[in-house]
Design a protein around this ligand. Structure first.
Ligand SMILES: Nc1ncnc2c1ncn2[C@@H]1O[C@H](COP(=O)(O)OP(=O)(O)OP(=O)(O)O)[C@@H](O)[C@H]1O
Ligand SMILES: O=P(O)(O)OC[C@H]1O[C@H](OP(=O)(O)OP(=O)(O)O)[C@H](O)[C@@H]1O
Ligand SMILES: [Mg+2]
Length: 279
């Protein structure tokens, strides 16, 4: 039985639950549920604070988990990143009052508030910049205005929170973060099935199926426009001069590809969603 840690609340919780549901796993009906046994799929879910997930997985108490790359690195746990899951993207940055700091070296000797002291401390040590870290639980953008810090280091998504607090980003990117699947150092039986299912969800989200009819002589040119994962499926039509083609295409390029295929001479171009996939 694979034991999986899943965020119980916060930015990652809803999408993680959605992704596991699309991968065919049972979901909790009550948001207060802490544990869920999904016997038919051979897994057991534990709903935990995302910040604690790397600790559980790194200690071997749980086999795998979903958390943020920033939270994994901040924890200092032995858990390893297995793969990124395509959601929960954020950037980790320094910010300070407008015009006060322009590069990393300017921070030396100042106070930096953060709720990720492990991540920020390691980054500053790696760049030989000596600061006083002020660890806070959240809402760190207020720390400068309230006088407990000179600068902050925090998750930035849209940048709205920083702007409202009168702070500007400066210095290098500390980290590009995203939601990741993490695992204990020893690989567990059942992990490969979970990985394949999650990859299947990512493929189903990133690609669509495109079907079209085409004069057979144009097949090579059409394959140059949309080559599919391995190679397009080509079926005969009753009219021997034409073929039917089926190909997977990246969702965000759907309309450009349809335009190009139509211009080439393809007709009856139909697009449909993929609900599940194993490549
Ligand atoms: N806009 C965002 N705000 C906060 N975290 C975000 C955002 N977008 C993505 N994330 C990611 O979500 C994870 C933080 O989730 P977590 O649940 O700990 O914090 P939260 O969403 O700020 O919730 P809370 O502050 O209530 O604890 C990190 O990996 C972070 O990079
Ligand atoms: O760039 P933005 O789109 O404004 O998002 C980033 C902000 O969102 C998060 O705060 P959250 O609401 O989770 O509060 P917290 O700081 O107390 O965790 C994060 O800590 C930043 O403050
Ligand atoms: Mg937060």
């Amino acid at each position: 039985m694979l034991r999986i840690a899943v965020p119980n609340k916060g930015s990652l919780a809803e999408t993680a639950a959605q992704m596991l549901s699309e991968a065919g796993y049972a979901g909790r009906r009550d948001p207060k549920e802490l544990h869920l046994l999904d016997a038919p799929n051979g897994v057991e879910f534990f709903f935990l604070r995302p910040r604690d997930i790397a600790t559980y997985v790194g200690s071997g108490a749980l086999d795998v988990g979903v958390t943020g790359r920033d939270l994994l690195l901040d924890s200092g746990s032995d858990a390893c990143e297995i793969e990124s899951l395509g959601f929960g993207d954020s950037t980790f940055r320094f910010a300070g009052p407008t015009g006060r700091f322009s590069n990393l070296a300017d921070l030396a000797g100042h106070r930096v508030a953060t709720s990720y002291p492990g991540l920020v401390g390691a980054f500053l040590a790696g760049h030989d910049v000596d600061v006083t870290l002020v660890p806070l639980d959240g809402a760190v953008e207020s720390a400068v205005q309230l006088g407990v810090a000179d600068a902050v280091a925090d998750v930035v998504s849209t940048g709205t929170t920083l702007r409202k607090a009168g702070l500007d980003i400066f210095g290098p990117v500390i980290l590009e973060s995203t939601a990741v699947l993490i695992g204990s150092p020893q690989e567990k039986p059942g992990l490969e099935t979970l990985r394949r299912r999650l990859q299947g969800v990512l493929v189903a989200r990133r690609f669509v199926l495109m079907d079209y009819d085409l004069p057979a002589e144009l097949l090579d040119q059409a394959t140059d426009i949309a080559g599919g994962i391995e190679s397009p499926t080509v079926s005969p039509l009753r009219d021997k001069d034409w073929v039917a083609v089926r190909v997977m295409v990246p969702r965000e390029r759907t309309n450009q590809i349809m335009d190009s295929l139509y211009e080439l001479g393809a007709r009856a171009i139909l697009v449909s969603a993929i609900h599940a996939a194993r490549l």
